[in-house]
Write a protein that binds this ligand. Structure first.
Ligand code: ZN
Length: 462
């Protein structure tokens, strides 16, 4: 995309010669000459659209006629590309990128590889290296907000801030000993300190990350419910992910996992529940009533052969559901564009209906749906006046992107992450002309290659 800078004298000359310059409002960035998918309630598309940014907010979205109202020293010509809201990855474990592609199809991989590797290798350094690497991948793919959950989460938060993304970062809480704490109580303390430290951060929203209903004690779950209310922060958690989990709560408590979470006070508007594969119709009603957010991780769920969440029903019933990738050991890739085609096609197959889950719906899940899932629909998820300036330009010059009869179809069925050209987060340019502008990508790749040698050594001992 062509970017024009006007500085110093040039800005002055531009201001003096542009009519009606005297009335033009000075702004920070003008994005123009693209197909704007607003994702607003009216599903408005502007075929030759303009987005105006001042500070970290969008001040106006409209057609070319609004250009005369504003002047800026910085403009991006989208060259006919698709201008859309930043995508939201509602569930991942960024730092697990250090283990990606290891033992992918081994049965019982969790106990055979993941837990032993984590016990031997997780450190603040490892979390940072993995999170930088993953955040770069997400940024370059147009993910502007990620919901993350892992050990030593403060190191991941530091990485995400350096790349310049927005993050809902949840400190993991699990009853077993891990590198960052001996038991659930120790990790709850770590999480609380992290929440207090980052509570007012502009890009990072700290959160509690109880691992799952059956891997955290009832006492800790009740305490997390209380603390998340006190600090008014989100809770990210794996919920109803496996048949075994569902059966366990049925036999032990005569409840579904969702009913159990409700009984301990966890089912509320602060919860971002990942997976929700094994949910009943009455669970879905209850989640709607409690205003829960949901992360639909289709690719990771089908790769592990767990099942397909009734995400389409949840979306159609008006629940707050967005798309997620899960960790890079589970779903391998971290971009939301790569999820969209699977989401559309799998739900068609499951429903035996090619008209089910049309592209618009999938793009809505990737943007506004994600914003609703994290309860930030007033600030994120669409390109509208007053919202935070998280904007993505997907180029349409590549062969795979042409022709364009329906931009939603192109995004869901034809595009891939490498078509993302420009990414703006909180009004700042993070990616332009497909290159990361905030961090030395080569430095990150080198750190990952170095770390992978250690992973290889440890893996051989397992
Ligand atoms: Zn997960």
């Amino acid at each position: 995309m062509n970017r024009t800078f006007l500085t110093g004298l040039a800005t002055l000359i531009f201001a003096l010669t542009s009519a009606p310059a005297s009335k033009a409002e000075e702004v920070d960035l003008i994005v123009k000459n693209g197909i704007v998918l607003t994702m607003n309630a009216g599903k408005e598309i502007l075929s030759d659209g303009v987005v105006i940014v001042k500070g970290n907010k969008i001040v106006e979205v409209g057609g070319v006629e609004i250009l005369g109202k504003y002047s800026s020293g910085d403009a991006i010509d989208a060259q006919g590309g698709i201008i859309m809201p930043g995508m939201i990855n509602t569930h991942t474990h960024a730092s697990m990128s250090v283990f990606r592609s290891l033992a992918d199809d081994v049965p019982d991989r969790l106990n055979r590889y993941i837990f032993p590797l984590e016990n031997k290798m997780v450190s603040e350094e490892m979390v940072y290296i993995g999170a930088v690497h993953a955040a770069i991948e997400m940024a370059k793919a147009g993910v502007t907000t990620m919901v993350d959950m892992y050990l030593f989460e403060e190191s991941a938060a530091r990485a995400v801030k350096e790349i310049g993304l927005r993050g809902v970062m949840a400190q993991n809480i699990i009853k077993y000993p891990t590198a960052d704490g001996a038991d659930g109580n120790a990790k709850l303390e770590l999480a609380t300190a992290f929440v207090e430290k980052y509570k007012d951060d502009e890009l990072i929203t700290p959160a509690f990350g109880p691992h799952a209903p059956h891997t955290v004690t009832k006492e800790n779950l009740e305490k997390i419910a209380e603390l998340s209310e006190k600090y008014d922060v989100p809770v990210s958690m794996h919920v109803a992910e496996t048949q075994e989990e569902f059966d366990k709560f049925q036999s032990e408590f005569g409840m579904t996992p969702i009913e159990y979470l409700d009984s301990v006070g966890m089912l509320n508007e602060r919860l971002i529940a990942a997976h929700c594969i094994f949910v009943t119709d009455s669970d879905i009603e209850l989640m709607k009533l409690r205003d829960v957010g949901i992360a639909h991780n289709m690719v990771a769920n089908i790769k592990s052969a767990k099942g397909v969440s009734p995400a389409l029903k949840m979306f159609d019933d008006g629940l707050n559901i967005g798309l997620g990738t899960d960790g890079p050991m589970s779903g391998n890739t971290l971009d939301i564009i790569g999820q969209m085609g699977y989401v559309a096609k799998l739900h068609k197959l499951v429903n035996n209906d090619r008209s089910a889950m049309p592209p618009y719906k999938v793009v809505e899940m990737a943007t506004m749906g994600g914003a609703r899932a994290i309860h930030r629909e007033d600030e994120l998820g669409s390109l509208e006046r007053g919202k935070l300036a998280d904007i993505v330009i997907v180029e349409t010059e590549s062969t795979n992107m042409q022709p364009i009869f329906d931009p939603y179809s192109v995004l869901v069925y034809s595009a891939n992450a490498s078509n993302v050209d420009t990414v703006i987060v909180n009004g700042k340019i993070v990616v332009s002309e497909k290159a990361l502008r905030t961090y030395d990508e080569e430095k990150s790749r080198a750190a990952m290659k170095e770390f992978s040698k250690k992973v290889e050594e440890i893996t051989e001992t397992l």
